[in-house]
Design a protein around this ligand. Structure first.
Ligand code: GLY
Length: 352
């Protein structure tokens, strides 16, 4: 199965689901991965990649390593391997690997091609598609980066079978996000899904493939309309404005990205409820779904003013106006940049 991300002639690409048999390249290829994925799946992948010369770069696992120091290490190794402008980089890992792989590919000798082979559910359903690349710094999450599209994405269920419950839950957060902002039918589907089978990676391939396919179809459609996030793509940031502050405040060590997004969605819903955009019943339905998939919905805010000020470092803030993405009913979301500080603080107070 393949889904096209329709951009212009030179940058459109396909996302292949469970179609990776063998890839042949007449160039040098470097696989960027982390220590955990390497141990579990690198040998399997290497058998599928036939390149003129094949190199491996292994980084540490975790969002706390998604920074400039790691980028410099990766670049140094690429220079040591004498990769040239025709070389290809394969990001083989979760969102952290694909964010960093895409970023180094975009700057190495002014840009080389890269492909994504995601190994987490979160990367399959969201991060590996759409060309957002980047790293964190002291000021915030993903504040350094580029829009740089992969040449192809290969999602393989076989690489997801070793994920633990937390990783699967984190991926599900991004899928729940898609449901809330675009498609209420997905909420029904998820409410009927056997969460125990899912969270122990025993979900049958048909359902897993359905989740990945549905999410990528929605995302490909949005990215095709608005590659660089000047309009409708902003909706995909639902929950993220809050999540990025949480991740930054906890030094990227406490929560997986999807977990922070789950809390962020609940914070956004609280604000939407206070503003009359979401009913109590709708709010509870989303919260119950997050809980069903063992996602957190609460983060203790010690200083609501400090939390509020941190929004102004986010990329989604323009001219001191914060763009909040809030659900307006189920399956629909709106961009709101006129919410008063008082209303935001009132919502944050629920978490203090
Ligand atoms: N993760 C949101 C986006 O790619 O736009």
């Amino acid at each position: 199965m393949q889904i096209k991300v329709n951009l212009d002639k030179n940058t459109s690409y396909n996302v292949y689901i469970n179609e990776l048999e063998k890839l042949e390249f007449d160039t040098k290829v470097v696989i960027l991965t982390n220590e955990v994925v390497a141990k579990l799946h690198l040998e399997t992948l290497k058998k599928k990649i036939h390149a003129k010369e094949l190199y491996i770069i292994q980084i540490k696992d975790g969002e706390e390593y998604k920074n400039l120091q790691t980028i410099e290490k990766i670049l140094n190794q690429m220079f040591e391997y004498k990769l040239d402008r025709k070389s290809l980089l394969i990001s083989f890992g979760g969102g952290v690997v694909s964010d960093m792989g895409g970023f180094v590919a975009s700057i190495y000798q002014r840009g080389i091609k890269f492909i994504n082979i995601p190994t987490t559910l979160l990367a399959c359903v969201d991060a590996s598609v759409g060309g957002k690349t980047g790293i964190n710094n002291n000021f915030g999450k993903n504040l350094i980066g580029s829009f740089y599209q992969p040449s192809a994405v290969y999602c393989q269920s076989e690489f997801l079978k070793t994920l633990n419950q937390r990783e699967l839950s984190a991926g599900m957060a991004e899928f729940i996000k898609m449901a809330v902002i675009f498609d209420e039918n997905i909420l029904d589907f998820l409410e009927n899904l056997d969460e125990n089978a899912f969270l122990t990676a025993k979900l049958d391939d048909v359902n897993l493939e359905h989740i990945i396919k549905k999410s990528i179809e929605l995302k490909a459609n949005i990215v095709s309309q608005d590659e660089k996030e000047s309009g409708v793509r902003m909706l995909l940031n639902y929950g993220h404005t809050f999540a990025h502050v949480i991740e930054n405040q906890t030094n990227y060590k406490t929560y997986l990205h999807g977990e922070a997004v789950a809390i962020g969605m609940h914070m956004a819903n609280t604000l939407a409820y206070n503003l009359g955009m979401l009913s109590k019943n709708e709010c509870e339905r989303i919260e119950n779904l997050l809980k069903k998939f063992k996602l957190p919905t609460f983060y203790k805010i010690y200083n609501i003013n400090e939390f509020y000020e941190a929004f102004f470092l986010d990329k989604k803030t323009h001219h001191y106006k914060i763009n909040f993405i809030l659900p307006c009913g189920l399956g629909k979301a709106c961009i709101k940049n006129d919410i008063t500080k008082e209303d935001v603080l009132n919502a944050l107070r629920v978490f203090s």
